[in-house]
Write a protein that binds this ligand. Structure first.
Ligand SMILES: [Zn+2]
Length: 179
């Protein structure tokens, strides 16, 4: 577990912070290069980003669009949307990568291992039987970047399929009502 929830590497924290807040997440949220930045999805109040230094393949972060550090600072709309986003992303991971389980969680403040303590975020880490050796296996940076690109693509595809299926369901429900 220590390895799974260890702090991020410092290099990531220096990559492209927002000028005003000095925050990496705010920088990524403001930028429009979602594919380059591994931003998978944006909703009204959240963005979902693939962790560039993952603890496992498909490691995602759910980040509020607002720069807030504490759960108590989330408003009612943000609190309500969170579980929709979490469920949607867990479904997409199941569809795309067929994990055997998940670790869901957050690190609050430095002492708990938060890499970016000033901007709240949740981790979703898919787990497979026998995956404890993931980091040594993909230790080379080339392998990690290839696996990130492929994770981005399969998850994008899974989200598109999922959303299309949901739209179809909504349309057929609407049609059903008319009868
Ligand atoms: Zn921020």
């Amino acid at each position: 577990m220590n390895r799974l929830w260890a702090p991020w590497r410092r290099t990531y924290l220096r990559s492209s912070p927002d000028k005003r807040t000095g925050c990496l997440f705010c920088g990524l949220l403001k930028d429009t290069k979602d594919k380059k930045n591994l931003v998978l999805s944006r909703t009204a109040h959240y963005a979902v980003i693939l962790n560039r230094y993952p603890y496992n393949n498909g490691h995602l972060m759910i980040v509020p669009r607002r720069h807030v550090a504490h759960l108590a600072q989330l408003n009612a709309l943000e609190r309500a949307e969170f579980f929709d986003v979490l469920t949607r992303m867990q479904n997409a991971l199941c569809r795309a990568m067929k994990p055997h389980g998940f670790n869901l969680g957050m690190n609050i403040e430095d002492i708990a291992g938060a890499g970016i303590p000033d901007h709240l975020h949740w981790h979703i880490v898919p787990r497979w039987k026998g995956d404890v050796n993931f980091m040594p296996v993909v230790a080379g940076s080339k392998v990690i970047s290839e696996s990130l690109e492929s994770a981005y693509e399969v998850l994008k595809k899974a989200l598109a399929e999922q959303d299309a299926a949901r739209r179809k369901q909504a349309v057929s429900r609407k049609g059903g009502k008319k009868k």
